[in-house]
Design a protein around this ligand. Structure first.
Ligand SMILES: Nc1ncnc2c1ncn2[C@@H]1O[C@H](COP(=O)(O)OP(=O)(O)OP(=O)(O)O)[C@@H](O)[C@H]1O
Length: 540
């Protein structure tokens, strides 16, 4: 009996974890912007954890961007390491065929190297700034680590370029103009001409630029920041530098298994937008195990309905962006207090006895037609199975009233993950005034670590170098990706520059993981906290 009860609870938990995106995250404020979208902090009400939600919008506008995004989310899923930012979840888009935006939930890094304007450009290797080559090597990550190391030593970004030309200027201001030998190896003719015509600059001595750094740190830094990629050490060589002596932690530095080439097979063939869309959708399913199972078994319904947080998130993000990143957060437009049961279909039919009981629909009011997706109505007029759940009647919750067990909005942390109260299919919204009252402020503070000799700081750098070594020590894939950068090459000529940037981006964006982990160099930050209620959004 108890066993049955437990089984039922766990089936319910699984079901609602799958479909509960909509009520799971409370968005707080905008914390960053990147080339692909906006990042907000949020609370995961299931675990009480703070997370960062990145909205990547209009993914499919350019196929090269879509491939880049696919590559990034795949790499972040596959490269599991404490020093690489983890993707915790990706919201299920409301439509498999038409989605444009995705919402990726990351662990929240309390701070990054330089709080709100952080540009990957600042950490970009010279060869990427000038598109010097057609193929790039892991040396670009080594450069980035050098920039981060310098930032850890001084507390400020080393090369805060305003654009790529300025970026190259700042580099050559410190390192001097590159040698003729280095320039001669640059494949890109324009870049070669630009470098040759640059006014001659002498290098500045590193001990002058970093007066508080010791000789070992200076030596390592100078090697990491070699203008010519061939002069930079590999990650393994950097880790063996005497600066790190005594810091190696074998248990945190496991050699990783090569990632199967199949994960990146899309890099080696011509892909259409639809192919990439399907692959991204498939990647999203990695975070929705039940649906993934159905998909793998071929039993998923392409037409099924499920609640998605995406519509609501879109509005919340837009509102926050319009309001310079903070509140007051508007309550969602909400016409319905509950989800019409007729619009829910389990992706895997759950045996009746295991179906969660979300209030009783039997004795409540009729369905609200206006809530139903018009495409659904069409579909339902055909022979397609309308739903795996018989009742067409819906719980008649009035706005603000909850039908079925619901977790209180204020209760951000849930001790028991299977607590029935969080199984909130029909979430009620508190009135607007109540939401506004929940605003609060808190402050987090951090300290920039500047003592170059500190163990902690050396250790941080060591970990970053390790993460880099680990991420590039994937012989098969790494080599393949480099050798066969982004295979849209058979496409129109205009693709070529895209290809270059697509490939550079593979590397520069891997910095996201590396840079974001340097949370130890946090700057203090004010955080304005608002509460966003979520309910069910539109469905298929
Ligand atoms: N997991 C996270 N925790 C905390 N802040 C984050 C997190 N992810 C991103 N951010 C913040 O949001 C900003 C934008 O992130 P995003 O990943 O979109 O772009 P980026 O990697 O900085 O730049 P680009 O888009 O040029 O590669 C970051 O610079 C950082 O300040």
């Amino acid at each position: 009996m108890q066993h049955d009860q437990r089984k039922k609870s766990s089936a319910e938990a699984e079901f609602f974890t799958e479909y509960g995106d909509a009520s799971r995250y409370r968005i707080q404020e905008v914390i960053g912007k990147g080339s692909y979208g906006v990042v907000c902090s949020a609370i995961d009400v299931h675990t009480g954890e703070k997370v960062a939600i990145k909205k990547i919008h209009d993914i499919f506008e350019h196929i090269s961007d879509a491939a880049r995004i696919l590559r990034e989310i795949k790499l972040l899923r596959l490269l599991r390491h404490p020093d690489i930012v983890e993707i915790k979840h990706i919201m299920l888009p409301p439509s498999r065929r038409d989605f444009k935006d995705i919402y990726v939930v990351f662990e929240l890094m309390e701070s990054d190297l330089h709080q709100d304007y952080v540009a990957t450009r600042w950490y970009r290797a010279p060869e990427l700034c000038g598109s010097f080559f057609s193929k790039y090597t892991p040396a670009i990550d080594i450069w980035s680590i050098g920039c981060i190391f310098a930032e850890v030593l001084t507390g400020k970004p080393l090369f805060p370029g305003k654009n790529v030309v300025h970026q190259l200027d700042l580099m050559t201001d410190l390192l001097g103009t590159p040698s003729l030998d280095t320039i001669s190896r640059v494949c890109n003719e324009k870049a070669r001409r630009y470098l040759s015509s640059m006014r001659k600059k002498e290098p500045i001595s590193f001990s002058q630029k970093f007066p508080n750094a010791g000789p070992l740190a200076l030596d390592l830094l100078q090697r990491l920041l070699a203008f010519d990629p061939k002069d930079r050490p590999t990650a393994e060589e950097a880790l063996a530098h005497p600066y790190f002596k005594g810091l190696a932690k074998v248990e945190r530095e496991p050699s990783c298994q090569p990632i199967t080439k199949m994960e990146f097979e899309f890099e080696r063939r011509r892909v259409t937008k639809e192919d990439i869309r399907e692959l991204i959708f498939r990647e999203i399913l990695e975070y929705h195990p039940q649906l993934l199972k159905d998909y793998m078994n071929g039993t998923e319904r392409t037409t099924f309905l499920y609640p998605s947080a995406v519509d609501q998130f879109r509005k919340q993000f837009a509102h926050l962006e319009e309001n310079n990143g903070n509140g007051p957060v508007i309550p969602m437009e909400r016409k319905h207090a509950s989800l019409p049961r007729s619009t829910i279909v389990h992706s895997t039919p759950i045996p009746v006895k295991e179906q969660p009981r979300i209030g009783s629909s039997r004795d409540k009011a009729s369905p609200d037609e206006s809530y139903r997706n018009p495409r659904e109505t069409d579909r339902f007029s055909g022979n397609a199975p309308r739903t795996s759940q018989a009742p067409h009647r819906v719980p008649a919750a009035r706005p603000g009233r909850v039908v079925g067990p619901v977790m209180p909005y204020e209760n951000g942390s849930t001790k028991d993950p299977y607590d029935r109260r969080k199984f909130a299919l029909n979430s009620g919204y508190p009135p607007q005034q109540q939401i506004q009252q929940t605003y609060g402020y808190y402050q987090t503070s951090g300290k920039v670590a500047c003592s170059e000799q500190s163990q902690a700081e050396r250790y941080t750098l060591h970990q970053q170098a390790y993460a880099c070594a680990n991420s590039t020590a994937v012989p098969d894939v790494a080599l393949d990706m480099r050798a066969a950068p982004f295979h849209l090459s058979a496409g129109p000529a205009s693709d070529s520059s895209d290809r270059l940037s697509a490939e550079s981006n593979l590397y520069t964006r891997s910095l996201n993981g590396i840079a974001a982990t340097a949370a130890g160099v946090a700057a203090s930050a004010h955080r304005k906290v608002g509460v966003v209620p979520f309910g069910m959004s539109k469905m298929y």
